[in-house]
Design a protein around this ligand. Structure first.
Ligand code: UDP
Length: 238
């Protein structure tokens, strides 16, 4: 039969750009449903899944659109963008029968539950997918750091970083044809070689809490379920 998941409780970090598909901006409904299906595959295996979604497809605090604006204000706009993506993901998941709750680090009570750690734990125990919106709720942070923070708080067995390529390479595989993918890296490798998988604060937090980071491609259908069973290609940072 199918191999059992190596990780029972996992956090998926997906960037806003990954939900954009081939578009230049915003959400591609086909990508949202593809990601929802990936999550459902893991959930069907008995996995407890939580998700942190970025907002870069809609707004980035450090973007040109934010120039002249106070950084904190621009960052709050970026956090609100993640809420929109979280609602789209909830809708995509519920349409295929996966019970989902959105918990927002910024209180927007008409739209989402506030983030309360013990409530999030309870949802996960009840096998609901939890989507964490609004990052950490603080300006000057990123959703990568939010992902490491929530994975630590939820006691996740692993953090999965969904990207466009199937792991971490020694050069950009889109540009260098002979780029080599690493099977394993240490947290210190990523930090000292500035490998830009996730930002340094996210890597440090994962390291302090001993949470492995698995970098894989969300473009390969079935990859999320494969990776948590140790199959397919990915890079593990531990
Ligand atoms: N952001 C923030 N605090 C957080 C998380 C996000 O201020 O804890 C803002 C920040 O402006 C960021 C934007 O939200 O540029 C979108 O998040 P991110 O860039 O991490 O999204 P991704 O690159 O994953 O799509």
């Amino acid at each position: 039969g199918p191999a059992a998941p190596r990780y029972k409780r996992v956090l998926l970090k997906i960037s806003g750009e990954a939900l954009m598909g081939d578009r230049a901006y915003g959400l591609d409904p086909d990508m949202v449903s593809q990601v929802a299906n990936e999550i459902k595959s893991v959930w069907d295996l008995g996995g407890e899944v939580c998700v942190v979604i970025g907002g870069g497809n809609i707004f980035r605090g450090v973007s040109a659109a934010a120039s002249g604006m106070e950084r904190a204000t621009a960052d709050y706009m970026g956090m609100l963008a993640t809420v929109m993506n979280a609602l789209a993901m909830q809708s995509g998941l519920e349409s295929i029968g996966v019970p989902t709750r959105v918990l927002s680090a910024l209180p927007i009570s008409a739209v989402a539950e506030p983030y309360i750690r013990r409530r999030a734990m309870r949802h996960m125990e009840k096998r609901r997918v939890v989507v964490f919106a609004a990052g950490t709720g603080n300006p000057f942070f990123t959703t990568d750091t939010a992902a490491a923070l929530r994975a630590s708080e939820m006691g996740c067995d692993a953090m999965l970083k969904a990207t466009k390529v199937d792991g971490v390479y020694d050069a950009d595989p889109a540009l260098a044809k002979d780029a080599v993918r690493y099977d394993h890296l240490t947290y210190m490798d990523v930090l000292s070689r500035d490998l830009r998988v996730m930002d340094a604060s996210a890597i440090s937090l994962a390291r302090e809490n001993g949470i492995p980071i698995l970098v894989f491609s969300i473009q390969n259908v079935g990859a999320f379920a494969d990776v948590i069973r140790g199959r397919g290609t990915f890079t593990i940072i531990s």
